[in-house]
Design a protein around this ligand. Structure first.
Ligand code: SF4
Length: 262
């Protein structure tokens, strides 16, 4: 039977989430429960979800075959070629639909389109290993390094995440591995957490990373879903706080890019 993937959004002309101008395909399904999640409609199982937006019921999630999704992506090919961009699979968690992702990325590669994925790495290692031959750039989110806190706050296994990170790093001749840290007040921005991540990246011989400051863009989606949004009163970080975190990494000779701040 032909494999299909469940997509909840396609975002064109993005200059984030990978090199050049990119088309981002958001795959539905995520086992984690980050309280700051800006795409709550992606969470839980790989199945369409219904929300109520401005009094209208809407189903989120469309099934695509590899051929159908390829047709969508090729509409932007001219921008990829001109900018060195390509396609990025995001989520949700891409590894929830790893078989579809593999088929699709393999097709993209055969067409000469640059491929990237964004992952939390919180899945059995064989899923990532199967995907890596078709991935050129891997945006790997690192969030909370304390084992108990990571389990409690987002439901993830930090040991597994590290093992997957190291697996990805072992593909460094073909895969550009780029760690990204979401800067979430009260959760990821403690000195202890940031220093644990910094030390780990030094051990892994990584010298570049991206910081993703907390934002509130997803808050209205919780209302549409009828879900509680625990971070609705959380303030954004001050520019000086973000700068101090950037310097913490720069002091250890990292090249640091802050996404969303130009
Ligand atoms: S891993 Fe990403 S998609 Fe999943 S809950 Fe966390 S922020 Fe949301």
């Amino acid at each position: 039977m032909e494999i299909h993937g469940l997509v909840f959004n396609i975002q064109r002309y993005s200059i984030h989430d990978g090199a050049g101008i990119r088309t981002i395909v958001f795959l539905k399904g995520c086992p984690l429960a980050c309280p700051w999640c800006a795409n709550p409609e992606s969470r839980k199982e790989v199945a369409p979800i219904v929300w109520n937006k401005n009094g209208k019921s809407e189903t989120i999630g469309t099934w695509y075959s590899v051929e159908e999704l390829t047709k969508e992506i090729l509409k932007d090919e001219i921008f990829f070629r001109a900018s060195g961009g390509g396609v990025t699979l995001s989520g949700g968690e891409v590894l929830m639909q790893s078989e579809f992702a593999k088929e699709f990325l393999s097709e993209m590669k055969s067409l000469g389109i640059h491929t990237a994925i964004e992952t939390t790495g919180c899945f059995p290692k064989d899923r990532l290993a199967n995907l890596l031959p078709y991935v050129e750039q891997l945006l790997f989110d690192l969030k909370i390094f304390d084992k108990a806190l990571s389990k409690k706050v987002i439901g993830s296994d930090i040991q597994l995440i590290k093992e997957n990170f190291e697996l990805a790093n072992s593909f460094n001749e073909t895969v550009e591995l780029l760690p990204r840290i979401p800067l979430i007040p009260e959760y990821t921005t403690s000195q202890e957490n940031l220093l644990s991540i910094r030390n780990y990246l030094i051990e892994q011989k990584i010298n570049e990373l991206h910081l993703l400051p907390f934002h509130q863009y997803g808050s209205s989606k919780y209302e549409y879903l009828g879900w509680e949004y625990k971070m609705k009163d959380t303030k954004l970080l001050e520019t000086a706080e973000i700068q101090a975190i950037k310097e913490l990494f720069e002091k250890a000779n990292f090249t640091v890019n802050i996404e969303g701040l130009g």
